[in-house]
Write a protein that binds this ligand. Sequence first.
Ligand SMILES: [Zn+2]
Ligand SMILES: [Zn+2]
Length: 138
Amino acid sequence: MLDLRLEAVMEGVLVTGTATAGLAGECVRCLDAVTDEVEARFQELYVYDDDGDSRQGDDQDDDVSRLERDLLDLEPVLRDAVVLALPFQPLCEEDCPGLCTECGARLADDPDHGHEDPVDPRWAGLAALRQDPGDAPA
Ligand SMILES: [Zn+2]
Ligand SMILES: [Zn+2]
């Protein structure tokens, strides 16, 4: 979904917008599917592409978005805005307890989950590997 507002200003057109996009990913802790919605806000000034004979040299600033005739190229601006709005580490819920490091069970489904017997030492190495790197002590 895209919500745009265009304003004519001296130098060109100021575009202010909000884009909403669906997001599908995996919880970084328990690998559950995560669907979310991101909202990206952006503002960009599109200057008139002064293609007349008044061009002073060729030092056009490439960082500036330009109007191409009457067209606004929104795509790069939109893409940047949405990428910035994406969550760095999606979680299925704010305080997802993740997976049991010993057996891989999803702790959210089983809060009292525990192991009475220590894991067979032959498997302990694997259990450590399964630990979420995001939760590892610094
Ligand atoms: Zn989760
Ligand atoms: Zn377990």
